[in-house]
Design a protein around this ligand. Structure first.
Ligand code: ADP
Ligand code: MG
Length: 624
């Protein structure tokens, strides 16, 4: 029998190996940016076309490469960063595996231009299918530019796996933010299809956070800093009132490397305990620096997972550092209420907020300028002994006001479901048959439910859930060609967003138009809200839009299709909140509308819109 084993040709072996490192345009972006950082660049520019599918180019002013290195760097396992296995445990660079450029060269058409400072001319190299197709001297600035075109041009199966441009661009922005966040002392820019999305001047970490995550954080960051012999931790966490519905703004860096760690995330969450709702995610940007010998970064090809020598110590450390920071700054919600950011730098609030200082604060002129109402609920009577307590109070209040769409639905207690009120069954039977009799008296309960009596049962309708369903179906019809009317604002308001959010919104504008929102781009990250659907209260346009975006981000995290994400977000946002009292007419209309829906028993995300209580079941409860 003939022998069958063949060695794969280099270019095919490289293509296969590339799969581990380069999964999508964003992975290439990460590798190229990290190489530029490793080269000591102080200015790094990223250009992408078609979300990186057509072009990804990174230009840096770093060390550059010699002619020989320029050729060598595309070889597999070619690296200048380690020489032996011991070096792996003293790694201070982002790269060390020597695989990125080899992988990129295997799956794209690459052009490298590079020059070292001492060299008069630079080197230009073109590569296709892992082979050098051209090499020549070139006049080029000191540093390196690597352009990769037509990613996966030679691996059509992988090219077909790429997602929409919007989705790939989102991944690119995520990677860009992770690198740019870790190196605030470096200038970064990101240009997509000729339009500059980020332009980040070098500065402090705090400035970088605000540049990347948005202005609202300007006055909402609490500094974290603790140093020990074993490790140092520094960075910022968001004040509890900035906690969001989405996990988005959470960053851990270990020795400047972005990592994902559910375990350390838990440490942060536990430090916020009682200060934020259980479904809220605090913002954090935390840097942990420790001896590289204490971490293994080589457990994953993209290095996003790492192993600590002693994970428990790191956990305890993170948790206490954050608790400490939050406790020290517990005075700030009061000050933030209507003072500007300059207050943040006052020495007075850098110190622990002792009982003594509380009373001093209360008699200070700053405090006197607050209204009675603010004093009453911000500081509580007599001052709370634990500064942390009023955080949680504050948070609860703001949650009810702002985020009430997230309130849990009335879940039927065990008792109810026992007593033959099997919800599933009821839903299907009601679905077809239930119609609210005319002139029946509807009653609102707790400002949240509507009691709908019928012959042999009554329904408890959740007003917000019901409304969400009604709006959702109306909006779905709008996207299918029955646009919602827009009410033009007399005084259009503008909204300025974090760059990543601006990209998201820009992408949604055409669909939002069909849903009644007229929005126009206005500069790089700003938008003018020209009009909204008629039922949005004047003056609320911005808040509404911000919450729609927040919801969209939440839904895109759970990977909803785009259209569904938008419909659900807008429906959730426009629905009436619990606590809003309804007139008889309004209740009647809501209930009628609900039962005219194609699906009336659940919200778009599957929560019940009503629960039925059968007369029989009630009788059983009373032992009759
Ligand atoms: P690694 O970063 O793991 O060493 P790469 O494949 O990413 O492997 O890069 C290979 C080598 O090419 C690097 O070790 C470095 O010496 C050189 N190199 C890559 N990008 C740059 C750059 N932007 N500037 C200077 N040198 C670079
Ligand atoms: Mg590298």
């Amino acid at each position: 029998m003939a022998d069958r084993i063949l060695l794969l040709p280099d270019n095919i072996a490289n293509q296969i190996a590339a799969g581990e490192v380069i999964q999508r345009p964003a992975s290439a972006v990460k590798e190229l940016l990290e190489n530029a950082v490793d080269a000591g660049a102080t200015e790094i520019r990223l250009l992408v076309n078609d979300a990186g599918k057509a072009l990804i180019q990174v230009m840096d002013n770093g060390s550059g490469m010699s002619e020989t290195d320029a050729r060598m760097c595309f070889e597999r396992h070619a690296t200048s960063k380690i020489k032996n296995i011991d070096d792996l445990f003293h790694i201070r660079t982002m790269g060390f595996r020597g695989e990125a450029l080899a992988s990129i060269a295997a799956v794209a058409q690459v052009e490298l231009r590079t020059r070292k400072e001492e060299a008069e001319v630079g080197t230009c190299i073109e590569i296709e299918n892992s082979l050098v197709v051209k090499q020549s001297p070139v006049a080029t600035p000191v540093g390196t530019s690597i352009a990769m075109k037509n990613l996966f041009f030679n691996v059509p199966a992988r090219r077909n796996f790429l997602k929409s441009n919007a989705s790939e661009l989102k991944h690119i922005i995520d990677e860009f933010i992770r690198v740019a966040m870790a190196f605030p002392e470096v200038f970064f820019s990101l240009t997509n299809n000729g339009q500059e999305v980020f332009h980040l001047e070098a500065g402090s970490l705090k400035q970088r956070i605000v540049q990347l995550l948005g202005n609202p954080y300007q006055t909402k960051l609490v500094a974290v800093k603790e140093d020990t012999d074993y490790l140092n931790i520094y960075g910022f966490v968001g004040k509890p009132d900035t906690a969001k519905k989405t996990r988005g703004d959470q960053y851990f860096f270990v020795n400047s490397r972005f990592i994902k760690s559910p375990y350390l995330n838990h440490a942060v969450m536990s430090a916020y305990q009682d200060m934020i709702g259980t479904d809220a995610f605090p913002m954090y940007v935390l840097f942990i620096d420790l001896d590289p010998a204490q971490v293994d970064v080589n457990v994953h090809p993209t290095k996003q997972e790492i192993k600590f020598e002693d994970e428990k110590i790191v956990y305890a450390f993170v948790q206490s550092a954050i608790k400490h920071a939050l406790a020290q700054f517990s005075i700030t919600p009061t000050l933030d209420f209507n003072l500007d950011s300059s207050i943040e730098s006052l020495e007075s609030i850098q110190k622990p907020f002792t009982e003594e200082r509380q009373s001093a604060a209360r008699s200070s002129s700053i405090f006197q300028t607050f209204t009675e109402a603010n004093q009453a609920h911000k500081l509580g009577s007599g001052g709370s002994s634990s500064g942390l307590r009023h955080w949680s109070e504050l948070e609860k209040r703001s949650q009810v006001k702002v985020d009430s769409w997230q309130l849990a639905p009335p879940s039927p207690s065990a008792h109810e479901s026992d007593s033959s009120t099997s919800i599933g069954a009821v839903f299907t039977s009601l679905q077809a048959a239930f119609a609210v009799p005319e002139h029946v008296e509807l009653t609102q309960l707790f400002g949240t439910y509507i009691i709908v009596p019928a012959a042999t049962s009554f329904l408890l309708v959740h007003q917000q859930s019901a409304h969400e369903r009604v709006i959702y179906e109306r909006l779905a019809a709008a996207l299918d060609g029955k646009p919602v009317a827009t009410q033009r604002s007399l005084f259009p308001s503008t909204i300025d967003l974090a760059p990543a959010d601006a990209v998201l919104l820009a992408d949604l504008i055409p669909d939002l138009q069909l849903l009644g929102y007229a929005i126009e781009p206005f500069g790089k990250t700003a938008f003018v809200i020209q009009g909204t659907p008629a039922d949005i209260e004047v003056g609320n346009e911005r808040a509404v839009l911000e919450r729609i975006l927040e919801q969209c981000k939440h839904f895109s995290e759970i990977k909803l299709p785009r259209r569904e994400m938008l419909l659900r977000s807008v429906a959730a946002q426009q629905s009436i909140r619990p606590g809003v009292s309804l007139s008889d007419k309004e209740m009647q209309r809501l209930v009628d509308d609900l039962f005219r829906c194609a699906v009336s028993n659940t919200t778009p995300s599957g929560r019940p819109t009503y629960v039925e209580f059968k007369k029989e079941a009630l009788e059983k409860m009373f032992g009759r």
